[in-house]
Design a protein around this ligand. Structure first.
Ligand SMILES: [Zn+2]
Length: 376
């Protein structure tokens, strides 16, 4: 079926098109432009969203579950339930993110998650014991070539991102080998000094996991990984913009520093997301949620942030325009992990389209040209 969507504005997101028309055929975008430039094919189903804004679907590269479902379960119900929850918040692509677990359990989860989203993000077990957050210390491991091979094989080449502490023994070789396979290596859960973080980057690391959280704090003479994340324009970096993990003032500063192309909004959402307060799990870790704050024995354990909320927070905390905030949840993450048909509203891209209000409320969601959210 051919479908034509119209709205007052469209964000590609690199370009803003007013009075826009978007044509979808067979799940792909075939044309984007101003109403007077793009003709609607004969017989197409047409829909006008009036004052709304069309944007690409959001891409969350760091999410552990949602809607009561924990992705570490890895079964079809957990995958479908998480996807349903994410779609409600405009996320049409995501990387299923693991937490540190016993090695055999990690391999098993990776094997099951090959069917989830757009791939897998491995958070742990190659993390610093000093900056492990809630990741169980007893299960942390050193990165070795054999372990990378085992993960790669079990994950059927679906592993797109690995978070690791670059100061660990063997990290440089691991980073180089993972990068050679096209995996985006992200530095995080790390006590790295500036020199150690630079060495990680020299070996191929390109990204930083939840900046500010689970890393050595900034010191004026030893800025560490955090200092590198803030100062190196080549390094991409993610942030949990819930106003809890990082103060709104610092979140805003970070977003302005890393704008336009190197900031990535992530949810770090866990099963509890969308479920209110109560007791939930993150892998084998018990998490208590109270007033939107997820803790395990007093330590922050993921979030219940949703990516549509993160976009609105980015506007509020960072003083960003909608287009700039949307870019941090679409093009930036998609480009980072090599999702070539995602994150942009252009011809040839997958027809993952959001209909937003001017303030970033999700009105409708299309994935591959199919409407997932929003009535007619
Ligand atoms: Zn996480």
């Amino acid at each position: 079926m051919t479908m034509v969507l119209r709205a007052r504005r469209l964000l590609t997101p690199l370009q803003a098109i007013d009075d826009a028309t978007l044509v979808i055929e067979g799940g792909r975008i075939v044309a984007v432009g101003r109403r007077d430039e793009v003709a609607a094919p004969a017989g197409a189903h047409q829909e006008d969203f009036g004052d709304a804004v069309l944007t690409p679907g959001y891409v969350d590269v760091h999410v552990h579950g949602g809607g009561g479902f924990d992705l570490m379960r890895g079964d079809a119900e957990a995958i479908a339930g998480t996807a349903r929850h994410l779609a409600q918040h405009g996320v049409t692509s995501y990387l299923a993110t693991t937490v540190t677990a016993p090695w055999e359990r990690t391999l098993e989860a990776v094997g099951r998650l090959v069917r989830a989203g757009e791939g897998i993000h491995l958070e742990g077990p190659f993390l610093s014991p000093k900056r492990r957050g809630v990741h169980p210390e007893a299960e942390l491991l050193l990165p070795t070539p054999e372990r990378l091979d085992a993960l790669w094989e079990r994950g059927q080449e679906r592993i797109r991102m690995i978070t690791l502490a670059p100061e660990l023994k063997g990290a440089a070789e691991f980073i180089a080998a993972a990068s050679a396979r096209g995996i985006c290596v992200s530095m995080g859960h790390s006590d790295a000094t500036l020199a150690e973080a630079r060495a990680g980057m020299a070996a191929g690391a390109r990204h930083v996991t939840h900046t500010f959280n689970a890393m050595r704090p900034l010191h004026q003479r030893e800025p560490g990984l955090l200092g590198l994340a803030l100062s190196d324009p080549a390094l991409s970096a993610e942030i949990i913009a819930d106003g809890i993990h990082v103060a709104p003032e610092l979140t805003g500063m970070f977003l302005r520093m890393k704008a336009p192309g190197r900031a990535v909004l992530v949810s770090d959402g866990i099963s509890a997301s969308g479920c209110g307060d109560g007791e939930f799990t993150l892998g084998a870790i018990k998490v208590e949620v109270a007033r939107g704050c997820c803790r395990h024995e007093g330590v922050l354990a993921g979030s219940v942030l949703t990516l549509d909320q993160a976009v609105r927070h980015a506007m509020k905390f960072g003083g960003l325009e909608l287009a700039a905030a949307v870019r941090m949840a679409t093009l930036n993450p998609a480009a980072l992990v090599g999702l070539e048909r995602k994150g942009r509203l252009e011809a040839e891209m997958d027809a993952d389209v959001l209909v937003l209000s001017a303030t970033g409320e999700v009105k409708a969601v299309f994935q591959g040209g199919q409407r997932l959210v929003g009535g007619r």
